[in-house]
Write a protein that binds this ligand. Structure first.
Ligand SMILES: Cc1cc2nc3c(=O)[nH]c(=O)nc-3n(C[C@H](O)[C@H](O)[C@H](O)COP(=O)(O)O)c2cc1C
Length: 558
């Protein structure tokens, strides 16, 4: 008992002593922590100084280029690498691509040279929106302003993406690029057309120029630097300077043209000197002045994009990646034909049917149209189809997109050409027979398919299959149900083993009731209240709301 008592009193004494001296203990711990922090701070600084201190070491240069001083992975990467795309026929652009690649490589940056012929822009370019790469396009122009053969598909894809209203205008937002064109100013009307167009299409898709487009001129009498080689060298130097600035994370220089007076950057750059260095014509200067180092998206100042219902299949696949999904209405129509094309009842023959309207639509007779859907093209190339493929297994490459009525009873705000397409509440035009419409639609559709023969990436087997149409989307533009012989047309399609997908604008309830069975019937619901429907669809019918409700009832009764 005595022993345990002694132990207890000993511990008690210790605890009391600790308690009495607790402030000394706290102070000692605090001092220790402070010392540890100071030591850590000093050693980190010394390490940083050492890693930045030897500019001659390749590692040091690399860090400086990529991220400023400091360990690469700990810093923000401003430029991951450079991809140099070239479109060449006689090899000059390819040679320039190699020279540029060597220069970029000497800056310790990863670099890749890509022949446009071997590249799939559909998948590849979208990846560049988040890759932190800089994409350089060196492209030549040939006869009549056409691209070299090796760049035909690349240009075709880019043009279509830029002009297809269903492709979001921010499709390439985040892609940073520079364009150098190869041409000869002796071809006055088509001088460097391809580079100019390419630059424009990229810009339309919200890609960002890192510097103004430059144009090399083979015409030594006109070339700014005396030859196309010298033009390229001058541009290359400028490009490398800009590249290094980007690597350091520097922002673009301000030219005093920021929107709404909000200057996002600092510094100034002489436009004249920049233009001189790029060897640009008066006309180009104007364009570069407006578009230099911007994207269309930045200029528009909004990032919303509209997703078409046709894209639902694709959207489902990319749901996790999607940043902004604005599903606006069920279906977005696009009117493409001028009212003059519509022949009032009782008048003469329709206008020439070989006229190709804007945006790739082919006119059939005097009031119908057909177009190759982008999903048809996508599946031709062995890629995915539209939502009908995702949901129902419909093969998009065997689907024809057409309408028997380019006219409509609405003037929807989202319709591209509502001011030019014919509108009316009833059919009052000369009428083409359904047999003629179907025959011409199939012929023109097949002709458009045949144009893809030999195009890079297109699968021969799919192209063969595509010539035999299996499905018809009666949803191109206008209001297909307005066509008085719509039932006959649908019957003809079914007789040929072609399934039908019809989209109507919810203004013709009686016609919906009279409609014989189609494979799938869609009614567009563009708004949920009378007021908003009036504002969005701008219907011609005075009783548009009742018609809208009746259309939904008619759909329910089907
Ligand atoms: C048959 C032919 C047609 C050409 N047409 C044009 C033209 O329309 N516009 C233009 O700017 N340059 C034109 N050029 C010039 C080329 O674009 C120029 O020579 C360029 O450097 C060729 O680049 P490449 O060697 O990479 O193919 C043409 C050249 C040739 C041989």
């Amino acid at each position: 008992l005595d022993v345990s008592m002694d132990m207890w009193s000993y511990f008690h004494t210790c605890l009391v002593s600790i308690w009495l001296h607790r402030f000394y203990i706290y102070s000692a711990v605090a001092l220790g922590i402070s010392l540890w922090i100071v030591i850590q701070f000093t050693t980190t600084r010394t390490k940083r100084k050492q890693s930045c201190g030897s500019p001659s070491s390749p590692e040091g240069t690399s860090d400086k280029l990529g991220n400023g001083c400091g360990p690469r992975q700990a810093q923000r990467i401003h430029v991951a690498g450079v991809k140099i795309f070239y479109g060449s026929q006689t090899g000059t652009a390819k040679r320039f691509a190699k020279a540029l690649a060597e220069a970029v490589f000497s800056l310790n940056l990863p670099v890749e040279i890509i022949n446009m012929e071997d590249y799939d822009p559909e998948d590849g370019l979208v990846e560049e929106t988040s890759s932190r790469n800089i994409c350089v396009f060196l492209v030549a122009t040939y006869t009549e302003g056409q691209p070299p053969e090796s760049a035909v598909w690349f240009c075709k894809w880019l043009e279509e993406a830029a002009n297809d209203f269903r492709v979001g205008k921010s499709f390439l937002q985040g892609l940073r690029y520079a364009v150098f064109g190869l041409g000869n100013s002796a071809y006055v009307d088509h001088y460097n057309t391809v580079a100019r167009r390419m630059d424009r299409w990229l810009w339309m898709l919200s890609a960002s120029r890192i510097m103004a487009r430059a144009e090399g001129d083979c015409n030594v009498a006109q070339s700014k630097h005396g030859s196309i080689e010298a033009d390229f060298e001058a541009w290359k130097d400028k490009f490398l300077t800009r590249l290094q600035a980007l690597c350091r994370g520097e922002k673009k220089p301000c030219r005093g043209k920021c929107k709404k007076g909000k200057c996002k950057t600092s510094g100034k750059q002489s436009k004249e000197s920049s233009d001189r260095e790029h060897g640009m014509s008066e006309q180009d200067n104007t364009e570069a002045e407006e578009l230099f180092e911007t994207s269309s998206e930045e200029e528009a100042g909004d990032t919303d994009s509209v997703i078409d219902v046709e894209d639902l299949g694709n959207v489902m696949g990319h749901m996790k990646k999607a940043k902004v999904l604005l599903l606006e209405g069920v279906w977005h129509g696009i009117a493409v034909w001028h009212s003059a094309q519509f022949i009032p009842a009782g008048l003469g023959a329709p206008w020439g049917s070989e006229i190709v309207p804007a945006h790739g639509y082919k006119l059939i007779g005097s009031h119908s149209g057909v177009k190759l859907c982008r999903w048809t093209k996508s599946m031709l190339r062995g890629r995915g189809g539209c939502y009908k493929h995702t949901f129902y297994g419909i093969e998009s490459h065997r689907c024809m997109e057409a309408t028997p009525s380019l006219a409509c009873a609405n003037k929807c705000v989202f319709c591209w050409r509502h001011h030019t397409n014919p509108v009316g509440t009833e059919w009052r035009w000369r009428m083409d027979q359904p047999e003629q419409i179907l025959q011409e639609a199939l012929e023109k559709h097949q002709n458009m398919i045949r144009q893809f023969k030999g195009v890079s990436g297109v699968k021969a087997a799919r192209l063969e299959e595509a010539l035999a149409v299996k499905h018809c989307a009666l949803s191109l533009v206008g209001e297909p149900i307005m066509y008085p012989h719509i039932n006959q047309l649908v019957r003809l399609l079914h007789q040929q083993g072609i399934s039908t997908f019809l989209v109507t604008n919810a203004q013709f309830p009686e016609e919906i009731r009279r409609l014989e069975p189609v494979t799938q019937l869609y009614v567009s619901v563009d708004a949920s209240t009378k007021e908003s429907l009036k504002r969005i669809d701008r219907p011609l019918f005075k009783d548009f709301w009742q018609r809208f409700l009746d259309s939904l009832k008619a759909l329910a009764e089907k």
